[in-house]
Design a protein around this ligand. Sequence first.
Ligand SMILES: Cc1cc2nc3c(=O)[nH]c(=O)nc-3n(C[C@H](O)[C@H](O)[C@H](O)COP(=O)(O)OP(=O)(O)OC[C@H]3O[C@@H](n4cnc5c(N)ncnc54)[C@H](O)[C@@H]3O)c2cc1C
Length: 385
Amino acid sequence: MVTSNKDIGIIGGGIGGFASAIAFAKYGYRVTVFEKSAVINELGAGIQISSNGVNALSKLGVFPKYLKKVVFPNSIIFKDYKTAEHITKIQHNQNSDLPYLHLHRSDLIHALASCAEDLGVNIKLASEAKVIESKDMASKIKANNHIYDFDLIVAADGMNSRIRQYWFGEKPACFMNQIAWRALIPSNGIKIDPSVYMGKNKHLVIYPLRDGELINIIGVQSNKNIAPQSWTNKGSTRDFFNEFSDFNTEAKHILSKIKEVKLWGLYSLSPLKSWSNRGVVLVGDAAHPMLPFMAQGSCMALEDAVVLARDFKETHDINNALIKYEKNRKRRVTSIQKTSKNNGKIFHISNNLLRKIVHFSMWSISRLFPLFLENRFRWIYKYRA
Ligand SMILES: Cc1cc2nc3c(=O)[nH]c(=O)nc-3n(C[C@H](O)[C@H](O)[C@H](O)COP(=O)(O)OP(=O)(O)OC[C@H]3O[C@@H](n4cnc5c(N)ncnc54)[C@H](O)[C@@H]3O)c2cc1C
């Protein structure tokens, strides 16, 4: 067992960083989080957390205590982009001991940060950090001209992780020729079932948030023109509407209400050779950037945190603990990266005939076997970290 008299430094105060901070602090380790932003903030957007992610949140003590204004959807309906006809659906809470959640990202990050603070985690904001030395049980972080010593450094610095590039010699994540539009609108009485409209080279995802006060909208589109990875990059509401103007009236009614939209490119990376280098270990998007078509990126970051801290606590030697963590996580995460990529292909079939055949097959299967999709994705949702 690695004793609790250890210092853990975490770079990145996002979902993976705060979840890791909580997981280590719960075992009694001293934890410091370095976040480069001056305030704990998240973009105004929704996030889906499936039961495997909720399991991790409940092991961390965040769900239900710290989470407010959650939506518990029963299902998500897959529809034709032109007619809004129902093709198939996934029922979320069928045979599950834990719910599926729709959350505002900012509510989730504040819940994680509050829980971390209550556990005594030292949170250093406005602290862009870098690793200046990586050794077993003696690594160093530099931030704001101070040098800090740690027994273990957890790099949770996201999709564009500098630490992954510098300490693991990996390339930056690649543009996947797809862009995502993201917006929130007040619901003002609009009632909408959580829906995915599958179209030609594009799809729309729409679901309610914050006790139904808001509606979250994501449009993803195949596009050769590179777009920045920045989540704060502004887009044009008119362009968004025009790009999806061939969609049905139900979807277009919602798109017409958008006052502000963010636009960014989708990036990904092939599985890394290794997730740890002596005293530095990667979690979340830093370890495994993925496309968002299974809504699992944050869920994987939450699971990583629970498994990493437990393996560290239960294994005598730090190197063995990090090898065990990677072994416990890599296969699952790599499979989810692949599944997510495949889903993107199904959501965007460009050939009209092929799309009709696929949609008809999905429709027929769901009539014959109503739980087909739940069973197909069971290995993702039923996993308990
Ligand atoms: C369109 C879209 C929809 C998505 N929807 C879902 C969904 O429904 N469900 C789901 O589970 N996932 C979803 N995801 C994926 C999810 O957003 C990511 O997987 C998740 O945010 C990863 O968390 P992270 O903590 O690893 O990284 P991030 O959230 O990127 O956090 C990294 C943090 O590190 C900080 N940082 C970076 N460098 C430094 C440094 N040098 N020093 C200090 N701080 C630093 C950053 O400021 C940031 O706060 C979606 C993604 C996209 C693109």
